[in-house]
Design a protein around this ligand. Structure first.
Ligand SMILES: Nc1nc2c(ncn2[C@@H]2O[C@H](COP(=O)(O)OP(=O)(O)O)[C@@H](O)[C@H]2O)c(=O)[nH]1
Ligand SMILES: [Ca+2]
Length: 494
């Protein structure tokens, strides 16, 4: 009886000690209050410029998947390369979106917020045509960005290889494909985590990028990455002039004849008409080599809306007659066999979304049927059904649908591998595209090796501490109840 008292007090102190330890440990490891950081990337595309604003918690910046897009501001007007006759206006066109960025990002963060401008194929083409004017346009946008309160980090024309690579990094970062399961529970340390291939269709170029286990026969198409402790052999190619706007020019230039001022085109819906200035058509370096000197100043396109005839015309812009490698996609460009899943974004998504082909997996045959049905619709019916869509976009869905099918076919997507393609607009609220990957790389937020991380999250840690405390308490209580002498056996009672 008498030794029960001290044991009981001991037990109480023991329990208090456990509780105190748990509380201190939990408070000690409580995540710090979030300190948010921002970044701005301008995507100066051939058809338009978009200003993306990203945000992330500073203390987690080396983790994967923590950066989020908080805003996309679409700049009024066309791409910056369209200001080749008045370069100063290129910079002025960005002002409204940069002012919006000032309002969105806290003033206290302005000075530390990096801003990058990357120009893509529209400026690559302008540089080919007139590099001095291209420099003047870049100088103009640089002026505007330098005058902003942010930390200007440069305005440049990125290469097609960069555009492909950063698009691949963006979608795999957002899909969480760089995350490794915790080393504690990863029973297969070399387990093959898959990444997704990236398919980007712009107006002036298109990119294909994916991990390949095959030998990449052309060095220009081979990239090696070391990200979060894993190495990747990546194939990438950017086809300049094969964005959908330039491809349409190629198709038109290919069917131009010297005399006719009317061009019957099966890639436009029947009843649709469009006047095209031949000077404008041939102003692109993509088609200047196809110029017909006797072509009239203006031609009138008249749609006849025929899928099969359109497909035959579109196929004339691809050269599949020569390949000096073991295998090519088109125009003599090496491409290994397709591997894994693919995310298709930008104009791939815009077109397929209009045709209602992005929600669930659709077979290649039903995609072809949908495009064929759309092409055979009279223009008046198309306008009636979707009149609120910009005519420039609405009039080109037949061509674009046929073009996408032809392009993906040349990449090697057949009826079974077509199912591996997902058409992506945004992933967890962030646009699929090269800009996020570009910023992650330039701000060194993608470490080559896995950053040291506690094997458990804060919640897991707390849960474990509480579990073991209760478990110890249970053990203690059981010992006390088991070894305490029952009353009836105690001396003096019987
Ligand atoms: N249908 C449709 N097309 C769009 C939309 N926004 C952009 N596009 C088209 O998508 C393509 C985007 O290309 P862009 O990124 O500017 O050109 P890049 O420099 O070659 O990457 C262009 O052909 C645009 O006309 C949209 O909302 N709807
Ligand atoms: Ca683009």
């Amino acid at each position: 009886m008498e030794q029960e008292g001290p044991l009981f007090i001991l037990g109480v102190f023991f329990v208090l000690g456990i509780v105190a330890l748990t509380v201190v440990a939990v408070l000690q490891n409580k995540p710090l209050p979030e300190n948010l950081k921002y970044g701005i990337v301008l995507d100066a595309g051939s058809s338009h410029t978009s200003v993306y604003i990203y945000r992330w918690p500073a203390e987690k910046e080396n983790d994967t998947g923590v950066v989020q897009q908080v805003e996309e501001c679409k700049v009024e007007g066309n791409g910056i390369s369209s200001y080749h006759e008045k370069p100063v206006e290129a910079g002025l066109s960005l002002q409204a979106c940069m002012n919006k960025a000032r309002d969105i990002i806290p003033v206290s963060k302005h000075k530390e917020t990096p801003v990058y401008l990357g120009a893509t194929a529209g400026m690559r083409l302008l540089r080919l045509t007139n590099s001095r004017v291209a420099d003047e346009v870049l100088a103009s946008v640089e002026n505007t960005l330098r005058s902003s309160p942010f930390d200007f980090q440069g305005a440049r024309i990125i290469t097609g290889q960069e555009e492909g690579a950063y698009g691949w990094i963006t979608i795999n970062y957002l899909l969480g494909n760089f995350i490794h399961s915790s080393p504690w529970f990863n029973i297969m340390p070399n387990s093959k985590e898959g990444t997704s291939g990236a398919l980007d269709l712009g107006g002036a170029s298109t990119q294909i990028t994916f991990v390949s286990d095959e030998n990449i026969e052309s060095q220009d198409n081979s990239l090696r990455f070391r990200l979060y402790g894993k190495s990747y052999n990546v194939y990438t190619h950017s086809f300049l002039c094969y964005g959908k706007d330039q491809a349409l020019r190629l198709q038109l230039a290919n069917t131009m004849t010297g005399q006719n001022i009317t061009l019957l085109d099966p890639c436009f819906n029947s009843g649709y008409m469009r006047n095209v200035s031949t000077a404008d058509l041939y102003s692109s370096p993509c088609v200047s080599g196809l110029r017909i000197l006797t072509a009239p100043q203006t031609i009138q396109i008249q749609g006849t809306g025929n899928y099969q005839l359109c497909k035959n015309k579109v196929q004339t812009i691809f050269n599949v007659s020569h390949c000096s490698y073991s295998r090519c996609s088109f125009n003599g460009i090496f491409q290994p066999g397709l591997q894994g899943e693919f995310g298709a974004f930008s104009a791939f998504y815009f077109v397929m979304d209009f045709l209602k082909l992005t929600k669930e997996k659709v077979s290649l045959d039903s995609v072809k049927d949908t495009v064929e049905r759309h092409c055979s619709k009279p223009w008046a019916e198309v306008k009636r059904e979707s009149g609120r869509i910009k005519e420039k976009y609405l009039s080109e869905y037949c061509f674009s649908g046929v073009y996408i099918l032809s392009l993906l076919d040349l990449y090697g997507f057949n009826s079974s591998s077509w199912e591996d393609i997902t058409f992506l607009g945004k992933i967890h609220g962030s646009d699929a595209g090269w800009t996020l990957g570009y910023m992650l790389n330039l701000t060194n937020m993608i470490p080559a090796e896995l950053p040291p991380s506690p094997p458990l999250s804060h919640g897991g840690y707390v849960g474990l501490m509480v579990f073991f405390s209760v478990f110890l308490l249970f053990i203690l209580l059981t010992c006390w109840l088991t070894f305490r002498k029952p009353k009836c056996l105690q001396k003096g009672i019987i």
